[in-house]
Design a protein around this ligand. Structure first.
Ligand code: C5P
Length: 314
């Protein structure tokens, strides 16, 4: 019997944004990175990546934040595809459509989601059948935040943030994300962390028992009280207006507010879907942020979908 395997012509993968529920940062390491203890939650803002064979490498931007997508070979999605091509000696170029719904340079790991989605899409397109471990190893080579969107859910990150362990959790949480007009550079925020900590003894990072208990209980109030981010003060130091935004959101009824990752997006945790809608209206009227997005978490990690959002032309 002959088994005929046909490779797909196009593969579309959807990958989620993240918020760090707790982000604890240790001292700067010899290699320039910082050890982290973090809990990621995947939230329902998704980028979609579609890959198809092409004569030369190209990025085709689409979606609400498409203006901000780098289209050269420095795009992390292109680097992800080229990493697989190089490792498996595949001499093909791809056209990579990025349908962007995750704010760019906002601390929500949008670029990392694109890279993770591209790894999975290339695996399918080229019929490599890589396992989860191989994919997460490739992801970690591309960036500290790239393995998480492959997994999604509520997940603990250690090392540079790339070593993942599932977290016992229940419940769904309703978020409002306030997006700034201009991004913050992650290395700049870490450098500001180092500057603010100079001369102090930075402890080894640890996730708090309160956060783990709040997730096990599925209680948004308890989770709001446990939200913590060691990059928040550095982000405030670089962007003082973010402090006002956090305070305003809580005044308007959010259970808690936190800078997402290295910022500048601010994440507000709310009590319900209705509370999230009310908070969005109040924040929109306040003129404190450029854009607002509602999302719930946790959601699944990167997965193949039948085709790009709305059918989209290439
Ligand atoms: O791993 P990734 O390329 O996303 O990291 C970008 C930058 O963020 C690093 O060059 C480093 O300055 C900073 N970083 C860090 N410690 C981490 C993760 C990132 O200092 N755990």
């Amino acid at each position: 019997m002959t088994i005929v395997s046909t490779l797909p012509e196009v593969v579309t993968v959807r990958a989620p944004a993240k918020v760090n529920l707790e982000l604890r940062v240790g001292p700067r390491r010899e290699d320039g990175y910082h050890d982290l203890a973090t809990v990621y939650q995947a939230v329902s803002l998704h980028d979609e990546i579609s890959v198809v064979r092409a004569d030369s490498w190209q990025v085709v931007p689409a979606g609400p934040y498409c203006d901000h997508i780098p289209t050269g070979e420095d795009n992390l999605a292109v680097r992800a595809a080229q990493l697989i091509a190089e490792r498996w000696h595949i001499d093909e170029a791809l056209s990579i459509r990025i349908d962007k719904d995750i704010p760019v340079a906002g601390g929500m790991a949008g670029g990392s989601a694109d890279a993770a989605a591209t790894l999975l899409a290339c695996d399918q397109l080229w019929g490599l059948a890589l396992d989860r471990e191989e994919l997460t190893e490739l992801a970690a080579e591309l960036g500290s935040d790239v393995p998480f969107p492959l997994v999604g859910g509520n997940t603990m990150g250690s090392g540079r943030g790339e070593q993942l362990t599932p977290v016992l959790a229940r419940g769904t949480f309703e978020w409002v994300f306030a997006v700034s007009g201009t991004g913050l550079s992650t290395p700049d925020v870490y450098a500001e962390f180092d500057r603010l900590q100079e001369g102090t003894d930075v402890p080894d990072p640890e996730v708090s028992p309160q956060l783990m208990a709040a997730l096990r209980g599925g209680d948004p109030k308890a989770l709001a009280a446990a939200l913590a981010n060691d990059l928040q003060e550095p982000a405030f130091s670089l962007r003082p207006e973010l402090r006002d935004l956090c305070e305003a959101g809580v005044d308007f009824g959010a259970l808690g507010a936190i800078v997402s990752g290295s910022g500048p997006t601010v994440a507000f945790l709310t009590a319900s879907h209705e509370a999230a809608l009310d908070l969005s209206v109040s924040l929109a009227a306040s003129d404190l942020c450029r854009d607002l997005r509602r999302a719930r978490g946790p959601v699944h990690g990167a997965h193949v979908v039948p085709g790009p959002r709305g059918g989209g032309s290439r």
